[in-house]
Design a protein around this ligand. Structure first.
Ligand SMILES: *[C@@H]1O[C@H](CO)[C@@H](O)[C@H](O)[C@H]1NC(C)=O
Length: 478
C-alpha cells in the first residue's frame, strides 16, 4: 500500500470538461468482527496505511453505499463542474516479501523446543505455541493483489461518489468518465471494480459486462503519470537506489525503543532475542492488521502487542514513509509534479470552459437563483459603466423560456433588489451599418413577448442584447 497513488478517473459535465478520480484503499463491513475484540480496536489506530477504511471513517458502517455528507449543502453553494479524485487501491494481500518474513517468523516459533514451553507457559499464556499452531494461510502467489474486500471497497466508493455528485455522474456523462491507472495489478483491478460499481449505479440489478464493453472504456494505464516516482531519475538516484537515504530508519530499527520491543516479544514468544529483528516484529504487527482488513477477524498476532508497542511500530512505519515518500527529501514531493500538473490543467480547462459558457452569474448581485438549464446559453456580464445596469446576451429561445420568471421577479421584487426593466433588442448584422446607440429600437421584453412569436425569428435564433436595470432596496426605501 505505501506506493503512492494508483489510478485516476475522469468524467466531465460539459463536453470537454473532465472529472478525474484516482483510486485509494479500503472500506469493509465489520459484521464479522465481534464486539469483544477490544485488542483489535485498541491497536487499529496505529496501522497507518493498513488501517481499514471503516476504522478511519466509522460513518461508512451504517451503509457503505450512501455518502454521509449532506448533498444539499453542496447543491446550494456551488455547481460542480468537474470532479478530480486521486484514489488509492482497495484492500490487498501482503506482498511476497512480507509473506516470506512471516513464514520465517512462523518457522522460528515451530522450531522452538516444544518440551520447555509446555512447562513455561505463564503471563499471557503460551502465545508462542498458539502462534506456532496458527494456520499460515498467506501464500506467495498473493503478492499484494487486490482481495475481494478491496473490490468491494472500490464499488462502494464509486456508488458514494455517484450519489454525492448526481449532476456529474449523470447518464449522459457516463461515456465521458476517464479512468487512468498505474500498471500495478492491484490498481488495474481497483479501477475495474470502481467501474463495476458505477455500472451498478447506472444499471441497477444488471450484472456488469466485461470492462472492455462498458461505455466509458477500460482504465488507461499510464505509469508516467501514476507511478511518477519510478520515472523520476533524480528520485531514483537520491532515494530509491541510495543505500544510505533511509539511515534514520535503520538507526531507529536498532535503537533503544525497538530493542525494548524485541526483548519483550522474545520473552512472550519464548524465542532467542538474537533470532528476532525489527522487520520480523513489524511483519507480525502487519499480520494483525491484514487479518483484520482482509478477513475481518481478530488475529492471534494482535495479542503479541500492547498500545506502547503499537506506537513504536507506527512510528517506524511513518519514519520510512517520511524519508521515502514524504517531506524527508524535497525530491519526493517534487517527483509528483507531473501528476499534479496534469490534474490542475484539467481543472483549469474545465473552469475556462464553464466561464466561456457563462461569463458571469448575476445571482451574487441580485440574489436571483438562475435555473441551471440556462447555464449553457445564457451569459451575463456586469456593466462597469452603469451601476444598477447589467448587459447580457440572450438566446431567443431562452428569452421565451425565462419570460415567466422575469415577470414574477418584477412583480414580487426581491428583498435586496428589484428589477425595474429589461430592455432588449436584436443587434444589427455585422454587414449592415450599425445605427447609433440611441436609435437602436429597445423593447421592453415583458411587453414585447410573445414577440409576434415569429417563426422566422425562431429559425434565425438571433441573440438579443439586453439591459437589465434594478434598484436595490436601499435606493427604493431610503
Ligand atoms: C544518498 O543519501 C544521502 C543521505 O541523504 C546523501 O547524503 C547522498 O548524497 C545520497 N546519494 C546520492 C547519490 O544522491
Amino acid at each position: 500500500m505505501p506506493r503512492g497513488p494508483c489510478s485516476l478517473v475522469r468524467v466531465s459535465a460539459t463536453p470537454v470538461a473532465v472529472l478525474a478520480v484516482a483510486l485509494v484503499s479500503s472500506l469493509s463491513r465489520c459484521s464479522l468482527l465481534e464486539p469483544e475484540n477490544s485488542v483489535v480496536s485498541a491497536l487499529s489506530p496505529y496501522f497507518g496505511t493498513k488501517t481499514r477504511y471503516e476504522d478511519a471513517n466509522p460513518g461508512l458502517l451504517p451503509d457503505p453505499e450512501v455518502p454521509r455528507r449532506d448533498p444539499e449543502l453542496l447543491e446550494e453553494t456551488c455547481t460542480p463542474v468537474q470532479l478530480v479524485a486521486l484514489i488509492r487501491h482497495g484492500t490487498r494481500y501482503p506482498t511476497t516479501k512480507q509473506i516470506r518474513k512471516l513464514r520465517q517468523l512462523h518457522g522460528l516459533l515451530q522450531a522452538r523446543g516444544a518440551e520447555d514451553d509446555r512447562t513455561r507457559a505463564a503471563g499471557r499464556g503460551d502465545l508462542g505455541a498458539a502462534l506456532a499452531d496458527w494456520p499460515l494461510w498467506y501464500a506467495d502467489w498473493m503478492d499484494g493483489q487486490l482481495v475481494e474486500k478491496g473490490r468491494q471497497d472500490m464499488r462502494q466508493l464509486a456508488l458514494r461518489l455517484a450519489s454525492l455528485f448526481p449532476a456529474l455522474f449523470s447518464r449522459e456523462n457516463y461515456g465521458r468518465l476517464q479512468l487512468v491507472t498505474s500498471s500495478k495489478h492491484r490498481c488495474v483491478d481497483s479501477g475495474a471494480a470502481f467501474l463495476q460499481g458505477l455500472w451498478q449505479h447506472y444499471h441497477p440489478g444488471l450484472p456488469p459486462p466485461d470492462i472492455a464493453d462498458m461505455e466509458c472504456g477500460p482504465p488507461r494505464i499510464n505509469d508516467k503519470l501514476m507511478r511518477f516516482f519510478d520515472h523520476c531519475e533524480k528520485f531514483l538516484t537520491q532515494v530509491e537506489r541510495n543505500a544510505t537515504a533511509l539511515y534514520h530508519v535503520e538507526a531507529f530499527k536498532t535503537g533503544p525503543e525497538m530493542q525494548n520491543i524485541l526483548k519483550k516479544v522474545a520473552d512472550i514468544l519464548q524465542v532467542p532475542v538474537n533470532n528476532l529483528n525489527a522487520d520480523l516484529i513489524q511483519v507480525a504487527f502487519f499480520t494483525c492488521s491484514f487479518d483484520l482488513a482482509i478477513k475481518g477477524v481478530k488475529s492471534p498476532w494482535c495479542d503479541v502487542f500492547d498500545i506502547d508497542d503499537a506506537k513504536v511500530l507506527e512510528y517506524l512505519n511513518d519514519l520510512k514513509q517520511y524519508w521515502k515518500r514524504g517531506y524527508g527529501y524535497s525530491i519526493n514531493s517534487r517527483s509528483s509534479c507531473t501528476l499534479f500538473q496534469d490534474i490542475f490543467q484539467h481543472l483549469d480547462k474545465a473552469v475556462k470552459q464553464k466561464q466561456r459558457i457563462r461569463v458571469f452569474s448575476s445571482e451574487s448581485v441580485l440574489h436571483i437563483r438562475w435555473p441551471e438549464y440556462w447555464s449553457f446559453s445564457f451569459s451575463i456580464s456586469p456593466s462597469n459603466e452603469y451601476p444598477g445596469l447589467m448587459s447580457f446576451r440572450m438566446d431567443w429561445l431562452d428569452l421565451l423560456a425565462v419570460q415567466g420568471t422575469l415577470k414574477s421577479l418584477l412583480q414580487h421584487g426581491n428583498s435586496k433588489a428589484s428589477i425595474q426593466s429589461i430592455k432588449c433588442w436584436i443587434p444589427p448584422r455585422k454587414d449592415t451599418p450599425r445605427p447609433r446607440a440611441k436609435e437602436e429600437p429597445q423593447q421592453d421584453v415583458l411587453n414585447q413577448f410573445p414577440l409576434q412569436s415569429s417563426s422566422s425569428l425562431a429559425m434565425q435564433r438571433p441573440f438579443f442584447h439586453c439591459f437589465l436595470s434594478w434598484a436595490t432596496s436601499k435606493t427604493r426605501n431610503p
